[in-house]
Design a protein around this ligand. Structure first.
Ligand SMILES: Nc1ncnc2c1ncn2[C@@H]1O[C@H](COP(=O)(O)OP(=O)(O)OP(=O)(O)O)[C@@H](O)[C@H]1O
Ligand SMILES: [Mg+2]
Length: 269
């Protein structure tokens, strides 16, 4: 409804930066008997990394899949993008608006070289309409050294993805998200199954998202991964938001205590 959208539009330019990139209001999601999300309010502001914590089955993936347009909220739930309510939210819409997702086994084309993967679906063309291979390789090389910090001679734009480590694949997926002006990058357990070094690289990539002025939602079971890179944290429990914290207001120890308490009692009170 237009009047709702208008009510939440920024009143002045100064307020514009405080309008969330994405906001879910009163979002519930029911699968048959299971209520995966229950009246969830959730927002990600520009330039912010938001952590999403909670036990198995808490609803974290359901929440981000709703943001990605895979799931439609039950009736009564609303999705706002930059303060504008969007009723026909879908995967295509979310992607067109610059929301990218990075999973551990993200769909990279394993048999294609890195440069091809980097530009998949958005290839620059020459003025004759042909694929601009030279530009893609050069640009890929630049992105790999500047954004991904890949200095190893072993990682070359012409290498096929199969030869890359899990962390390096993650790097390609994240760099692609940043390069193509993703405004919001969603990372659902991107460190799952990665080695210590690859995990460190992936966490560095998450920090780079912030440096590039973009936003992210970061899900990871390991609080030691989440806490250092986020600005705010949501704790989900059995489909409900059990707590929202500014990192500056809560220490890691305190957060761990609270997570235990939520797991035991389902509440922070
Ligand atoms: N497509 C679906 N159909 C039926 N039930 C679902 C579906 N997706 C999720 N659920 C259920 O919703 C609840 C929340 O699942 P979700 O995957 O969002 O949890 P999660 O917090 O991501 O857990 P994990 O940490 O294990 O990844 C679970 O009980 C799950 O079984
Ligand atoms: Mg999950």
């Amino acid at each position: 409804m237009a009047e709702i959208a208008t009510a939440h539009a920024p009143a002045a330019a100064a307020a514009a930066s405080r309008v969330p990139v994405i906001e879910l209001r009163n979002v519930s999601k029911t699968f048959g008997e299971v209520r995966s999300l229950s009246n969830v309010n959730f927002a990600v502001y520009p330039g912010e990394i938001v952590g999403l914590l909670g036990d198995n089955g808490a609803g974290k993936s359901t929440l981000v899949k709703t943001i990605m347009g895979f799931h439609r909220p039950d009736s009564g739930g609303e999705i706002f993008f930059h303060g504008r309510r969007i009723d026909d939210w879908s995967v295509a819409r979310a992607r067109a608006l610059g929301i990218e997702t990075v999973y551990q086994e993200r769909a990279l084309c394993e048999k294609q070289p890195i440069w091809r993967n980097m530009f998949m679906g958005r290839e620059p063309r020459t003025r004759w309409g042909l694929l601009d291979v030279k530009r893609m390789r050069e640009e890929c090389s630049r992105l790999m050294s500047e954004h991904m910090g890949f200095t190893s001679a072993a990682v070359h734009p012409d290498n096929v993805v199969t030869t890359m480590s899990g962390g390096e694949k993650q790097g390609v997926a994240i760099t692609r998200a940043l390069h193509f002006d993703a405004e919001l990058v969603i990372l659902d357990e991107p460190t799952m199954g990665l080695s210590l070094t690859e995990t460190k690289k992936t966490l560095d990539f998450v920090s780079n998202i912030k440096k590039a002025g973009k936003s992210a939602v970061f899900i990871d079971h390991n609080i030691f991964h989440v806490y250092p890179v986020v600005d705010r944290l949501y704790v989900l429990d059995r489909g409900k938001v059990a707590g929202v914290y500014d990192k500056s207001q809560i220490s890691m120890d305190d957060l761990i205590d609270r997570l235990y308490r939520v797991a035991r009692t389902g509440t922070l009170d």
